[in-house]
Ligand binder design. Structure first.
Ligand code: AKG
Ligand code: FE2
Length: 604
């Protein structure tokens, strides 16, 4: 379980020279607990975990630019175990409150009850005072007690949850100890490193790498030196184990349920039937992973002419792929024409024109907005329709490649352009789109990705269908969870579709667009029907309505219904869409169904 050199073993900071030499002179360390000592530990911890704060994007070299100040970062590592203990205690006490109330009521109830049986209560005695009924209170009381224990068990989640987060860091206390033992050993304090290692082993007694480390510490300290775990940790583990025993007993015999927050709970404590379920879940997960690997090898593409240019392996990651020839040059041209409307009437991004960087303008158009513009005669119907078709084609490709047989729904579709602002491009140090993951909140310091709001947690797959390459910069890149180690890059071009799973395995960003305008259709998909894009349904309705109108006698059959009949360079007939909207309304269709005011979306 131990990672030896924890979280940061693969972190750029660890391989850098920083950890090779002491960050602060050892003479400044004045024993555990001292302010300087704490500062030092904090420095080590943050350096290990926080180098990304010194390098805001991949490739940036801190030493020549700004001074690195990792100690300014706040990480769980800097909170001492003492503070954690206090918070846990407070939480436990809060759990006990309801129990105290019940116990008090029970005590009052027993008062005055004779010690022998056969006591006949008078009919007027309130139920809670009837001595003959009191034994029956035992069961609810036991149930209540179990609730208290369960509540106390959850306290660890409270201390493991960063401010502002909803989900907790997994295995928080053991990982913290693991990190501390590593940090202490790095600064040469083998005594405390050994103490942390011993404490860690209380959670995972058979952990091979930590047992190995322990051996090394013993050799370094001398076999006679006693190495013991921290007392507070000993108490914590003992107590927690007892609580778990009782809870699991109740799960087995009283039909209780329990969501164990710990990964370290010994197997022998878990009832056999629960273990069985746990094993089945693991098997299922394994099968799913294998399935994904299998699928990645092949996956029949539903369209001819499309090629897989790069797969996960070539992109040094999982669930990543690049397809080419998804669109023709002429289709790209048509869609680029549509993007002009995005610049004039588009919805930007969270209604902001420069959401990521002041050096670029961000222009966006949703499928519904495109249809409404077509309805108003501001854009060609055929172009708006092509947006629907191109995104549907991408959906089919991604579904058949990654999840054949499992329906992918649209979650959101956005035609987006990033345009370099005139001037203001010299010496740009920022990104067009900061490194992020699409369905979780990336936390590079903690090497976590929090699958919680405001992230779009229900998104399963992402796709970007590029329309052009006549701009400078603007490459898409993937990184490790640290957000700085680049693992793959994709150069946009017309008809190229990059697709990847939206989770933590695929952090990505976009290099600055320093000249020109970069346009693409950004696509997000979900397996969850309830999160299917409603705007798309409306857009399709508008499209169908339009087609129906054209089928009516006198309807114009030439406009925008058949893309094959006309190339983008063919001369255009005047747009029929420029008729007043009321005249285009299908009889009996309520216009109120199609809101004209669009919701601005924030997409990360
Ligand atoms: O445009 C791209 O290449 C990527 C954009 C992106 O990652 C996003 O919008 O979430
Ligand atoms: Fe993204």
């Amino acid at each position: 379980m131990s990672r030896g050199a924890p979280v940061c073993q693969h972190h750029p900071a660890c391989s850098s020279e920083v950890l090779g030499r002491p960050l602060v002179s050892p003479t400044l360390m004045e024993g555990p607990g001292s302010v300087l000592h704490r500062k030092h530990m904090r420095l080590v911890c943050s350096t290990m975990m926080q180098m990304s704060t010194c390098r805001p994007w991949p490739g940036w070299r801190s030493h020549s630019q700004r001074p690195c100040q990792p100690w300014k970062s706040v990480v769980p590592c800097v909170k001492g175990l003492g503070r954690m203990r206090m918070r846990r205690r407070k939480c436990s006490l809060a759990c006990m409150k309801p129990l105290q109330v019940v116990l008090e009521a029970w005590r009052i109830g027993w008062e005055g009850c004779p010690p022998h049986t056969g006591h006949i209560p008078s009919p007027s005695t309130p139920v809670w005072k009837r001595c003959d009924l009191l034994p029956f209170l035992l069961l609810p009381l036991a149930a209540h007690y179990i609730q208290v224990l369960k509540c106390r068990q959850q306290c660890v989640l409270e201390i493991a949850t960063k401010p502002g987060r909803i989900s907790a860091t997994e295995d928080f206390i053991p990982s913290h100890l693991d990190l501390l033992q590593f940090a202490y050993s790095q600064v040469g304090n083998q005594t405390l490193a050994a103490e942390c290692a011993a404490s860690y082993l209380l959670f995972y007694p058979t952990d091979e790498p930590m047992l190995e480390k322990m051996k090394e510490y013993r050799t370094e300290l001398g076999e006679d030196t006693a190495v013991t775990a921290r007392q507070s940790i000993q108490h914590y583990v003992q107590r927690s184990l007892m609580e778990k025993k009782l809870i699991y007993y109740a799960v087995e015999h009283l039909g209780e349920t329990f969501n164990d927050p710990d990964l370290w709970t010994p197997d022998e404590l878990i009832p056999e039937n629960l273990k069985q379920k746990h094993r089945e879940d693991q098997e299922k997960q394994k099968r799913e992973t294998l399935d994904v690997e299998e699928r990645e090898k092949r996956g029949p593409l539903p369209f001819e002419g499309i090629v897989v240019t790069m797969d996960s392996q070539q992109m040094n990651g999982t669930q990543r792929v690049v397809f080419d020839r998804v669109l023709t040059e002429s289709e790209c041209k048509d869609l680029l024409r549509l993007t002009k409307a995005a610049g004039e009437a588009g919805d930007g991004y969270r209604a902001r024109r420069s959401p990521h960087t002041p050096h670029e303008r961000f222009e966006g158009l949703t499928v519904l907005k495109a249809m409404q513009l077509a309805q108003n005669g501001d854009v060609e119907w055929r172009d708006a329709k092509l947006l629907l078709q191109a995104s549907e084609k991408s959906r089919k490709i991604i579904e058949s490649y990654f999840t054949p047989g499992k329906k992918l729904h649209f979650s959101f579709t956005h035609l987006v352009c990033r345009r370099a602002v005139d001037g203001e491009q010299e010496g740009r140090m920022d990104l067009s789109h900061p490194v992020h993951a699409d369905n979780c909140l990336l936390d590079p310091e903690g090497q976590e990705c929090w699958k919680e709001p405001p992230a779009y947690v229900y998104r399963d797959y992402s796709g970007i269908l590029y329309l052009n390459d006549d701009f400078q910069g603007g490459g898409l890149f993937f990184t490790e969870m640290d957000s700085v180690t680049v693992t793959a890059e994709v150069r946009p071009k017309c008809g190229r579709l990059v697709a990847f799973s939206s989770g933590k395995e695929n952090p990505h960003g976009v290099w600055a667009v320093s000249r020109g305008r970069r346009c693409a259709i950004a696509l997000w998909y979900t397996h969850s029907q309830e999160h299917a894009e409603q705007d798309r349904v409306k857009a399709e309705e508008l499209m169908e309505q339009r087609a129906a109108e054209q089928d009516q006698p006198g309807g114009d059959k030439h406009q925008g219904t058949d893309r094959r009949s006309r190339s983008s360079s063919a001369p255009r007939a005047p747009s029929r869409a420029s008729k007043p909207a009321e005249q285009r309304q299908k009889p009996g269709v309520d216009r109120e169904q199609h809101p004209t005011v669009l919701r601005a979306r924030d997409e990360f």
